[in-house]
Design a protein around this ligand. Structure first.
Ligand code: GCW
Length: 719
């Protein structure tokens, strides 16, 4: 095992989310090549660079990102005995004795093998432009050639080569073009600058403090942020928002007098092709500008945004744009002035447009002060009710950012109907990599399979477009799960979620288990473990089905919630039942579930186009896993599996808990085979996962047994 290990002492973060890991973060060295040795290398351990680094590599082209590529190649070659050379300009196309060429096509005459590759007709006639981020890869006459039209393409091509390892040098391969399906592949950090009294440094963060901010100040930890930029580029992420969408008084000032901190982050991320965005407060003209109003129709408000935005671009020329949570959970918004969200979003879009920026305007708008006695108000309806009528009214540089489900990142939800309702609006779908409702990085829960289902969902049925197609103009966004924890994500295996998010945003059709396999190979290179096949088999056994396992032992059949209010961890079946949050399961002695039908319920099913509108409306046709999201049914209702609802609840809770125990047993076999620090951290978390799963099982089963009086058909112990 040659990989450096990062121990962090006892794992206290199981006891509390916010506790620091106790490991000093890297000192911020002043030189630009700072390397963070305190953090786990995640999917970029030095060993992953061996195949490339052992060869003679030629980099051809100029520019900041090409410098990065050359820097990466240089380091790989220094570590693994290869040779890195560079031709910056057209007149020096060295091509003697090379194994690999990475070349920008417009950097003048290409080295001969690259010129030949360029002239080879693509198979299948794929000659679409490579664009800003695409690349072409081929191998002929013992030379592997990677061509790009823009530096970012070369960078993504480099990491593609790293993923391929020896395969990239094994046999001749015809030219193949690679391009991202989605233009913007973005992470939103819910990081606070000042520690929030309830939410801490990172809202819904389960990996220690923020890597950007600490106790009201910027950390400026160059090594850590730079290492992060590399990891992001290596999985295809190209944009990041650096502060929480709940914008506090201190955070609001990042837009103006604290802009330097944002510019510093932008400078560190830029060499890896990651652009910086900022969450801003809709009330900024009042809070920061001293104006009496933030009304979008007010000319002084428009002028204020134009001026503030111009200053941002003067400082950060490639600034990406704003992220806005408005009129939601207490954040200010246009409703205060009697304006709708198109007017609100267009105000900021107008300020950004001259600079080429975009505003990500969140569709997460609902009434969080609902009366639980009122059965007609349905939180699931809210985003569609607010936004569908506005389709066609948003400026071109508005991206409406829609949570993938109509509620809030539960372990199972249908796809949000907003995604099919806005054909004339740019859309981005928002995922939650941070595991707020899926085990908080104490439970193994690989979310790739679920995201893949969402991206592949076809709102108009099999012959219509998929969610991934509908978001091509906007992109994919996810709430980050990263903090200053030495493993980046608290649970080492939660790194796979971050990796998979980036890879699926690049290629939404990728098989999530193949992506997981890729992550395993990169993170646990075979040469660094005691038994590569055991490692691979164990990780698949523990992770492949872990999202469904988590679903089995938590809230059943799409009903959601049932978590401890506020913290959202662990079971509390009625915790949200009489709350103002619009999150109910309506269990009584006869049945359970939310009636969202048109016939007798809230009418939410009518927000979907055909065929789903009819499928969801019918308790017979509705997919089992969403039954209780759409219907209130008797406990004896028969599922498609032939089991009753209440028996299904018992069965899945026993089975899910047993699976969690099996995961733990499997993991134990890796002791001594992988990095002990990783092994130990995961082992501790699996103990907590098993404990928590048992608690879920017993509370849920007992609750439904007491409500229904129906005994378990298999006579297992229910309390
Ligand atoms: O899921 C809820 C979270 C809030 C979060 C909100 C949102 C940032 O519990 O913590 O606030 O979603 O998405 O805005």
């Amino acid at each position: 095992m040659s990989r450096p290990s990062v121990g962090d002492g006892p794992d206290r973060s199981v006891a509390t989310d916010r506790e620091r890991t106790g490991v000093p973060s890297a000192r911020a060295p002043q030189d630009g090549r700072a390397v963070d040795r305190t953090a786990h290398p995640a999917w970029l351990p030095p060993e992953a660079f061996r195949a490339l680094g052992a060869r003679r590599v030629l980099v051809h082209g100029a520019g900041l990102l090409v410098d990065t590529v050359f820097d990466e190649v240089g380091r790989a070659c220094a570590a693994h005995g290869g040779r890195a050379r560079r031709t910056a300009l057209a007149d020096d196309p060295v091509d003697d004795g090379v194994d690999v060429i990475l070349a920008l096509r417009d950097a003048g005459p290409l080295p001969a093998p690259a010129a030949r590759a360029e002239a080879t007709p693509p198979p299948g006639g794929d000659d679409a432009p490579l664009g800003d981020e695409g690349f072409l890869l081929t191998r002929a006459d013992d030379v592997t050639v990677l061509l790009a039209d823009a530096p970012a393409g070369l960078l993504y091509g480099l990491f593609h080569l790293i993923r391929l390892g020896e395969t990239a040098f094994a046999a001749d391969a015809p030219p193949r073009r690679h391009r991202p399906a989605l233009r913007r592949r973005m992470l939103d950090h819910w990081d606070n600058v000042a520690v929030h009294p309830v939410m801490g440094q990172v809202e819904r963060g389960y990996a220690g403090g923020s890597i950007f901010w600490r106790d009201g100040s910027a950390r400026r930890d160059l090594a850590r942020v730079r290492a992060y930029a590399r990891l992001l580029a290596a999985c295809g992420i190209n944009a990041i928002s650096v502060n929480n969408v709940n914008v506090g008084a201190v955070e609001a000032r990042l837009l103006t007098d604290r802009l330097d901190d944002v510019a510093w982050i932008a400078d560190v991320l830029r060499p890896y092709g990651v652009r910086v965005h900022l969450s801003v407060s809709f009330a900024a003209p009042v809070l920061l500008g001293g104006l009496p109003t933030a009304d979008p129709r007010d000319a002084t408000v428009r002028a204020w945004w134009a001026g503030a935005t111009a200053q941002v671009y003067a400082r950060i020329p490639d600034f990406g744009g704003y992220v806005v949570k408005a009129d939601s959970e207490g954040q200010p918004g246009p409703f205060a002035y009697g304006r709708d969200h198109a007017e609100g979003a267009n105000l900021l879009a107008g300020a950004l447009a001259p600079h080429g920026g975009v505003v990500h305007w969140r569709a997460f708008v609902y009434d969080h002060r609902q009366d639980w006695r009122d059965r007609s108000t349905d939180r699931a309806r809210a985003a569609h009710d607010h936004f569908a009528p506005l389709d066609g009214r948003f400026r071109d540089n508005v991206v409406l950012q829609v949570k993938h489900g109509p509620m809030d990142f539960q372990v199972r939800e249908p796809v949000s109907p907003v995604i099919a309702a806005m054909p004339s609006t740019r859309l981005a779908v928002e995922f939650q990599v941070t595991q707020e409702y899926t085990g908080q990085q104490r439970h193994v829960c690989y979310l790739g399979p679920w995201w893949s289902d969402v991206l592949g969902f076809r709102p108009w049925g099999p012959s219509g477009p998929a969610v991934a197609d509908l978001t091509a103009g906007g992109g994919l966004v996810a709430v980050s799960n990263v903090g200053d924890d030495p493993f980046w994500t608290g649970h080492p295996l939660a790194q796979a979620n971050l990796y998979a998010f980036g890879r699926l945003a690049w290629d939404p059709r990728a098989d999530p288990l193949a992506v997981l396999d890729e992550w395993i190979t990169m993170t646990f290179p075979p040469a660094t473990t005691g038994d590569p096949e055991l490692v691979r088999a164990t990780l698949h056994a523990v992770m492949d089905d872990s999202w469904r396992t988590y679903e089995r032992y938590t809230a059943p059949l799409g009903v959601g919630w049932m978590v401890r209010p506020g913290v959202h961890y662990g079971p509390d079946v009625d915790g949200y039942e009489y709350s103002p949050w619009g999150t109910y399961h309506f269990a009584d002695r006869d049945g359970v579930g939310v009636d969202r039908t048109r016939a007798t319920g809230t009418g939410f099913t009518g927000q979907y186009p055909s065929p789903w509108s009819e499928v969801y409306e019918s308790p017979e046709r509705c997919p089992d896993e969403l039954l209780l999201f759409f219907h209130h049914v008797p406990y004896g209702h028969l599922l498609h599996t032939g089991t009753t609802v209440v028996q299904h609840i018992y069965d899945t809770h026993f089975a899910g808990t047993e699976q969690a125990r099996r995961m733990r047993r499997r993991w134990r076999r890796l002791a001594g085979v992988i990095d002990p620090a990783v092994h130990e951290r995961v082992a501790q978390r699996l103990d907590e996962q098993v404990r928590c799963a048992e608690e879920w099982r017993d509370q849920i089963n007992t609750y439904f047994f007491r409500k229904s009086g129906v005994p378990d058909a298999r006579g297992r112990r229910i309390h």
